[in-house]
Design a binder for this molecule. Sequence first.
Ligand SMILES: Cc1cc2nc3c(=O)[nH]c(=O)nc-3n(C[C@H](O)[C@H](O)[C@H](O)COP(=O)(O)O)c2cc1C
Length: 369
Amino acid sequence: MDARPFRRPVVSPAMDLVELEQRARTLLAPTAYDYIAGGADDERTLADNAAAWGRVRLRPRVLRDVALVDSSTTVLGTPVSLPVLVAPMAYHRLVHDEGEEATAAGTAAAGTVLVASTLATTSLEDVAAAAPGSPQWFQLYVHRDRGFTAELVARAGQAGYRALVLTVDLPVLGYRPRDERNRFTLPEGMVMANVGRSTEATDGSAIALYAAGELDPSLTPADVGWLRGLTTLPVLVKGVLRADDARTCVDEGAAGIVVSNHGGRQLDSAVAGADALPEVVDAVAGRAEVLVDGGVRRGTDVVKALAMGARAVLLGRPVLWALATGGADGVTALLGGMREEVVRAMALCGCPTVADVGPDLLSFPPGRP
Ligand SMILES: Cc1cc2nc3c(=O)[nH]c(=O)nc-3n(C[C@H](O)[C@H](O)[C@H](O)COP(=O)(O)O)c2cc1C
């Protein structure tokens, strides 16, 4: 077990995530910054994602001997140094020349899992090769072309990915005003490497055009079963916000549920991950592992998620800011900083191990079930 002495709190510069984002912004094309930072419609859900974690209060335990604190755990059997994984995000080359390869190397060095996106600007084989021997998961968008989708699944298995993350909250792309205004498209020469082509310029968002043309809006619960039939890898379903949907996915054989509103980029006014998590945990009742994302920015947010019953969280945008400013090392430093924060929050909550984090730590606001 990787128990290690609790060190005195140190806020490394990388953990000032506001400053990190500002630094990244100065390095990026405004259209790339907007694509990453933005959300759907009025960005209500985007704002609420972080705010929802802030509404949760903790009831720390004292006198629990936290001389040694261990933040390591497992997700679907894979050991990780902290309960924080890197969320699937498209187009890492927009922010750094080494793109997903740098993210993969940086994430592996921090001892956790990168979920590689179908829409990566590096092929899934090259992402895997950038962190040999390190566990990675592959995020799947089901394309209208089911043959192509099945090929992606086979390639992910051959390349050594340990799990598939089926994203189901994108039957159509959410309306993203910034990208429409900017006519966002991939820069000349940059391709969606798994798909083997770039986006096509249009008078609005090129991604909206891609999603409408290529992604399958007709998915039903039976497609979770279809996917399971294609692979021996465990399947997680990402983008679930309700108890009934979570139950259905588990009934179809999902090994994990990712509670997510896609970082506020899909349905604006969708409930925040932190608010949806308790009902999903309840519904799943231990039959699958539950992960959550959206607005996780502090070690205390991670502890809150675990206390609510999540196995781990996914971290999105801050990873791209870290990649933009520092490449692979930037990603490692960000995750290391996050680990420091998780360890500190655990110590202050009286929890020497992740297994000690429980629901008694939570103090929900008045009126909350
Ligand atoms: C730039 C960007 C690209 C994304 N691309 C994908 C994707 O390809 N597949 C997917 O399932 N989710 C995608 N997401 C959603 C993330 O996986 C995740 O749900 C979200 O970013 C978490 O919220 P956070 O950014 O507040 O941490 C993307 C998010 C961002 C910011």
